[in-house]
Design a protein around this ligand. Structure first.
Ligand code: 1GP
Length: 244
């Protein structure tokens, strides 16, 4: 069995950067999955995230099943809510939206997920999820009914991340929101990285190799890209192996 978290820690120790490709089940056609993964396998992608703020047609299960057939990369659920759990994945980001003050996404969804996860082999990755203003009202913001933290509010971002670490989260996810206009600023990543010892995930609005490199150089251990690959599947070719 893959030990996802141990591998992330190892990569962090060795300074190896990780790239997660985010697949939104609502936007992925099952028949496109094999061809999409052929491209992914020539790239530097190391992980697959599956999830979205909503999954109106309950596609998660069939999309995860098709992805597992197409790849050996670790498949990690990144669920918008308790309905998006598939036992066929390898792991799950057990998210708590710690930048928000909506109990539904701080603990209620997690309580509902607990009995489902108790009976599964999914590796549970406790994650402090911090929504940061990406200059666009994102789906996460709308669905969770929480406000993102302003990029300028460095103290609040840092203190939120620290509180997450002290509360026992294994990962901190700095999220500008899917399709963000402005990704999480490098200064924020550097600040959080410099004050925490757990791995940092960064995502939202990253749509070029240059932005990916900036996030890595600032200290992101893992970067997540979704929209840029959805909009242009040949874009993954910019991320060929050995090019970073
Ligand atoms: C969203 O962080 C992820 O939750 C990825 O964002 O879709 O903008 O790449 P993008």
């Amino acid at each position: 069995m893959v030990n996802i978290y141990q591998n992330i820690l190892l990569a962090k120790e060795e300074g190896k950067k990780l790239l997660a490709v985010l697949i939104d089940p609502e936007k992925m056609n099952l028949e496109n999955i094999p061809a999409f993964f052929k491209k992914i396998h020539t790239s530097i992608a190391t992980h697959i995230f599956v999830g979205g703020s909503t999954d109106k047609d309950s596609q998660t299960e069939s999309v995860v099943t098709a992805i597992k057939k197409a790849t050996n990369l670790p498949v990690i659920l990144f669920p918008g809510d308790v309905s998006q759990i598939s036992h066929k994945a390898d792991g799950i980001l057990f998210l708590s939206l710690i930048s928000g003050r909506n109990p539904e996404y701080l603990i209620e969804q997690q309580v509902k997920a607990a009995p489902i996860l108790k009976n599964s082999n999914l590796e549970i990755l406790s994650t402090g999820y911090i929504l940061i203003d990406g200059k666009k009202e994102t789906a996460t913001q709308k669905v969770s009914n929480t406000k993102p933290i302003a990029q300028e509010n460095l103290d609040l971002i840092l203190n939120t991340a620290l509180a997450g670490q002290f509360a026992g989260k294994k990962l901190i996810y700095l999220e500008a929101g899917s399709g963000a206009i402005v990704p999480v600023d490098e200064n924020i990543i550097t600040l959080v990285k410099g004050n925490l010892n757990i791995p940092i995930i960064v995502g939202g609005g990253i749509r070029s190799k240059k932005q990916l490199e900036s996030a890595f150089n600032a200290g992101a251990d893992m970067v997540v890209i979704g929209t840029a690959f959805e909009n242009n599947t040949t874009f993954i070719e910019e991320f060929k192996n050995n090019e970073l």
